[in-house]
Structure formats: structure tokens, C-alpha cells
Design a protein around this ligand. Structure first.
Ligand code: SF4
Ligand code: SF4
Length: 378
């Protein structure tokens, strides 16, 4: 495993981090605990979690796994959204609840979580708000470093980091959409912040479409597109920790092997990728699931995953109609259908990628109509 100094925090972190938002809950709790332990034994020392991940079980699994290891040998995180607290006292109590679930005396990196727009940052910083609570927790030794996670574009990230309130930042970036947050990452580095990224495989879009993503391997032709995507975030000098949402030991092995063996991504490679990608990959759904609260029970992430195909491969409407039989698989489990959308806008307020979900559902509905007409199903 490779390790780096984490901004100004005086911590030394592993290039590969364990993202605790994708535990496989069909497996036993013990299997998931063993997975975390396996990662630690492979040299991973950065474990990211949050209260709502995995139906509230992620912190508990992490706590049960990490309690067997010396406390100085790993870093663990947690998070609170500025929009979910009543006041500073409420936030402070939530920090204590995370400590209890994680079974630790202190949390290394505590996030002001999910900044989607600049107003969320201002909300966190206002008197009697989240930041005040985290300062109190820090003064009492309950947390070590105050950090943030952001789903904003670069210009807004820059506005957040230039105030030097945070010691590190967590961002969604990967080999497909990195131009969207590249400038923000560079600015964070300029401010000597630690930089952590999540979602290295674009919500599974890369492993699921390897045949179409061979162009991602130009800089390392011996790798598969999935491996090339992992290398892009793990072996990147602007990124300190690449979080991977592990659910299998083999995934941990693959990420560790890349950290150990692969060369750093070069400037020319980044330029080439930027040209090859254009800008369209910034608009893909990352399957984060934050929008999965539709009152009409539309499984939005599933529909948006299908829409990804149009963006990633520049498909025409007619081609999307022809491919619908393949899309049925992911969308058929949804109780609500695209036509059921009442345009309430709740999902778009939550979307971490700022996607026009309602407009896309309308398009998908048109594809369904055309499919039915074509096959005489209407
Ligand atoms: S806008 Fe449509 S898809 Fe989004 S939450 Fe409302 S009903 Fe559901
Ligand atoms: S539509 Fe947005 S919030 Fe929903 S899963 Fe996709 S990226 Fe996440």
C-alpha cells in the first residue's frame, strides 16, 4: 500500500480508502465486519462512513470491525448534513451518537456533509449551526479534524475552500467526470487540504460497460477499463485517498494491487482523456441514491442509470427505444413508472449531480410510448 501526508493534518493516510456506503446487506453482519478487517490487514487505514449509509448499519459494522485494532493505526470518519440539524446542540448530540455506534473515543475526520450548493455551506457556518457544534466537539477531543464533503461544481468548491474552515474535502470524481471538479481539487490542494474522492467507478457504469470504455486504457493498455478507472483516482498526485465502496475481498485486492504496482497518472494522459471525454460525462447519474425518496415510488436511480446510456454513448432517441428491453431489467422493479412523475421537484433538490431528473423522466416516458407503439402494446 502507498501512503501520503494528508494535507496539513499530520496524518499519513493510505491511497486506497474504504468507502462504507456499499456494504452488501444480503450478507451477514459478520461477513461485512470481516471485509473491513481484511481491508485493514491489506494496509488500508482510512475508513469512511456516515449515519445513513446502508440503512444506518455502516457505522455499526465499521465500529464492530475496527474495535479490534489499535486506535492509532486507523482513521475513521463520520458526517452530518447542515440541513438535517435543528441547532448546534442537536448536531453535538449526533456526534456523540456516531461515537457510540463506532465504539471509539474520537472520530478522526468529521464532515460537514453533502454541500450541494453554497447556501448549505452558509447554513453550516451560521451561529448555533453545525460548524459551531463541530468546533465544540473538537475542543472536547471528540473529533480531531473538521472536514467537508461537496457535490458542487468547481467554482463553488473554490468559494468553500478559500475560507480555510476545513482541513480536508471529500468530492465525487472519477475518470469520466473529473473535468467537472478538477479546478476545485487544485484549489483545495493550494490550501493544503487533504483531498478524498468517492465514486471512482462512476456508480458501476464503467464495469458494466467495459467493452465500450476501452479508450480509458490509452495510458495503461495492460489494464481493463475498470482497473484504469481505479488507477486514475488511486495513482493521482492531486488525490490523497480514493474511496472504494467495497463489497467483496477481490475488489480490495484489485485496488491494493493498483496502488502497489501502477505508475502515477501523467499530465499528458490527463490532457488526452480530457479531449476524449469532452464534457458529456459530467452529466451522468452516479447511482448515489440520494434522490430515492419519490412520493410516487419511482425508483429514480434505476431510471437515471438507463438514461446514462444515452449520455455516455451519445445514443439517439430511436436507439434508446430499441434498447429498452435491456433497460427493463433495472427499471422493472420500480413501483412507480416514468409517466407517474408529478413534477414535485423533490428529487432534483436532493440530486448530488444536479441532474434534470424530471425532464429525463419525460424523455424516458416518450421512449416507452414509442416502444409500445412499435410493438403494438398500447
Ligand atoms: S419530481 Fe417526479 S420523480 Fe421527482 S420526486 Fe417528484 S414525482 Fe418523484
Ligand atoms: S439521480 Fe442524482 S441523486 Fe439520484 S442516484 Fe443519480 S446522481 Fe444520485
Amino acid at each position: 500500500m502507498k501512503y501520503v501526508e494528508f494535507g496539513n493534518t499530520k496524518c499519513t493516510v493510505s491511497k486506497v480508502g474504504f468507502g462504507g456506503m456499499r456494504f452488501d446487506l444480503k450478507k451477514s453482519e459478520q461477513d461485512n465486519i470481516d471485509l473491513v478487517k481484511y481491508a485493514f490487514e491489506k494496509g488500508i487505514n482510512y475508513f469512511d462512513t456516515a449515519p445513513h449509509y446502508c440503512e444506518g448499519l455502516s457505522e455499526i459494522i465499521m465500529g464492530k470491525a475496527l474495535k479490534d485494532f489499535p486506535r492509532d493505526n486507523f482513521y475513521v470518519t463520520s458526517k452530518i448534513m447542515p440541513t438535517e440539524i435543528v441547532d448546534a446542540e442537536d448536531a453535538y448530540n449526533r456526534v456523540r451518537e456516531s461515537l457510540s455506534r463506532l465504539q471509539v473515543d474520537y472520530i478522526d475526520f468529521f464532515h460537514v456533509w453533502c454541500l450541494r450548493k453554497i447556501e448549505h455551506y452558509h447554513l453550516a457556518m451560521q451561529p448555533n449551526g453545525l460548524y459551531e457544534a463541530l468546533l465544540r466537539a473538537k475542543n472536547e477531543g471528540l473529533i480531531r479534524h473538521i472536514v467537508c464533503s461537496s457535490h458542487q461544481p468547481s467554482d463553488e468548491i473554490i468559494k468553500v475552500v478559500e475560507n480555510d474552515d476545513f482541513e480536508a474535502i471529500l468530492l465525487g470524481t472519477n475518470i469520466l467526470n473529473f473535468p467537472y471538479r478538477h479546478e476545485g481539487i487544485l484549489e483545495a490542494k493550494k490550501h493544503n487540504m487533504g483531498v478524498v474522492v468517492m465514486n471512482p467507478l462512476a456508480g458501476g457504469a464503467i464495469p458494466q460497460n467495459e467493452d465500450k470504455f476501452s479508450f480509458l486504457c490509452k495510458g495503461a493498455p495492460h489494464l481493463t477499463p475498470t482497473e484504469a478507472a481505479l488507477r486514475f483516482t488511486i495513482c493521482n498526485k492531486n488525490i490523497d485517498v480514493s474511496l472504494n465502496g467495497f463489497s467483496e475481498k477481490e475488489h480490495i485486492d484489485m485496488a491494493c494491487k493498483i496502488a502497489d504496482n501502477e505508475l502515477m497518472v501523467g499530465l499528458n494522459e490527463i490532457k488526452q482523456l480530457t479531449t476524449d471525454l469532452g464534457t458529456r460525462f459530467s452529466a451522468i447519474c452516479t447511482a448515489c441514491g440520494y434522490c430515492d425518496m419519490c412520493p410516487k415510488e419511482i425508483a429514480i436511480p434505476a431510471f437515471m442509470q438507463y438514461y446514462n446510456e444515452k449520455i455516455m454513448f451519445d445514443l439517439k432517441d430511436e436507439e434508446m427505444v430499441n434498447e429498452l428491453t435491456q433497460g427493463f431489467g433495472v427499471m422493472s422493479n420500480s413501483k412507480g413508472q416514468a409517466k407517474d412523475c408529478i413534477s414535485c421537484g423533490l428529487c432534483e433538490k436532493k440530486c448530488t449531480q444536479h441532474l434534470p431528473i424530471m425532464k429525463r423522466l419525460k424523455e424516458i416516458n416518450t421512449w416507452f410510448d414509442n416502444f409500445n407503439k412499435k410493438h403494438d402494446l398500447s
